[in-house]
Design a protein around this ligand. Structure first.
Ligand code: KG4
Ligand code: ZN
Length: 338
């Protein structure tokens, strides 16, 4: 079996995505972003599932077309089983099941968080695959985890957030500053023009390798309220410095925990994924870790870091090789663990 084509489907949050993989190489990677949520300053689950329902057939159609693959060439359908929003997961799960049944090919269930990590194993020129064991930090609007990866399907969460995800720390801070949603990219842009030490926000004290970000947004809120009372134009006059200081605090929290995880496990190969790994400050801090702490770091191609179906397709392919298929009665699972 040298010519394996698999369709991957992702619908766990607000992106409807489909990708076709041929062996380990991605032939197409289509994402329909849902912009409807911008007006609400966050993802509205009911609207997300409705949009998936509208988008899924055209997105799959486009992925097959772009890959120049017809349905009958497919060997399996891989789909995101969880974790995520139940209403969103149900759309992808039901669609994947029906398609696999119609084509009479195997169905492969994929854990979204494993997908973020296994995206590092997509064949892509100029990108190295991390050797086992490695540490993977998945940072996005929905997740913040450090995972010890011993093999493709032998991974353990060794640290995770006890409240907000790191992307939420960016987005909620941005909301306080009056920035649009999601605010992460704009904070990143402004941080480059500001002084990261202009303002100080205390870092949360969380035991071990776990994270907490809800206190930071409160600290930002109180700080801004206090300053605005003294100077109504405080935010406008200091926006770049505020963004740089918030970003600096967040990066400090992430790097502290990574340093600790690396020390405790003795593992120096560090991979990151998730939308927040686009952050230029985090990328720089990781690169600095190579000379400072002897790390080797891995950052996937951008389109494979945000929510996408290529990561579901590669995970499906790796499971296919192991003959690990789903039963036809498999159900979506909103709180699925790694
Ligand atoms: O992976 P993703 O596209 O979707 C999920 O949340 O699963 O991640 C989106 C998150 C948002 O919170 C967004 O603000 C953040 O990633 N983000 C960034 C940057 N680009 C996206 N945060 C900081 N700096 C960035 N450059
Ligand atoms: Zn994700």
């Amino acid at each position: 079996s040298e010519n394996i084509y698999i369709l991957g489907i992702e619908s766990s949050c607000d992106d409807t995505a489909a990708a076709v993989i041929h062996n380990g190489k991605i032939l197409s990677n289509v994402v329909a972003n849902q912009t409807i949520h911008e007006a609400y300053g966050g993802v509205v689950p009911e609207l997300a599932s409705r949009a998936h329902q509208q988008n899924i057939v055209p997105v799959v159609h486009e992925a097959l077309k772009k890959a120049n693959v017809i349905k009958d060439q497919l060997h399996a359908i891989a789909f995101t089983r969880g974790p995520g929003l139940m209403g969103s997961l149900l759309v992808g799960t039901s669609f994947a099941k029906s398609l696999a049944l119609g084509l009479n090919i195997p169905l492969i269930d994929v854990n979204h968080m494993q997908g973020h990590i296994l995206a590092h194993f997509i064949e892509e020129e100029g990108f190295n695959k991390p050797p086992f064991p490695f540490l993977a930090m998945t940072i996005s609007g929905g997740h913040t985890q450090i995972v010890q990866v011993n093999d493709y399907f032998h991974m353990t969460v060794i640290g995770e957030t006890i409240d907000d995800a790191v992307g939420e720390a960016f987005d909620k801070s941005g909301k306080i500053l009056g920035l649009g949603y999601p605010a992460g990219p704009e904070i990143d842009k402004r941080a480059k023009l500001g002084n990261p030490k202009a303002f100080k926000f205390t870092k949360p004290k969380v035991e071990g390798l776990n994270f907490s970000f809800s206190g930071l947004k409160t600290a930002v809120l109180y700080f801004i309220q206090k300053e605005v009372k003294a100077n109504p134009n405080f935010v406008e006059e200091n926006l770049n410095d505020i963004c740089a200081s918030i970003q600096h605090t967040i990066i400090g929290i992430l790097i502290d925990k990574l340093k600790r995880a690396s020390k405790e496990t003795g593992i120096t190969h560090i991979a990151i994924g998730g939308g927040v790994s686009a952050n230029s400050g985090i990328r720089q801090a990781l690169k600095d870790g190579e000379s400072k702490f002897g790390w080797t770091t891995y950052i996937p191609k951008f389109e494979f870091t945000t929510d996408n179906a290529a990561m579901i397709a590669i995970t499906g392919y790796l499971k296919f090789l192991e003959g690990d298929f789903a039963q036809s009665n498999i159900a979506a699972s909103a709180r699925l663990k790694i």
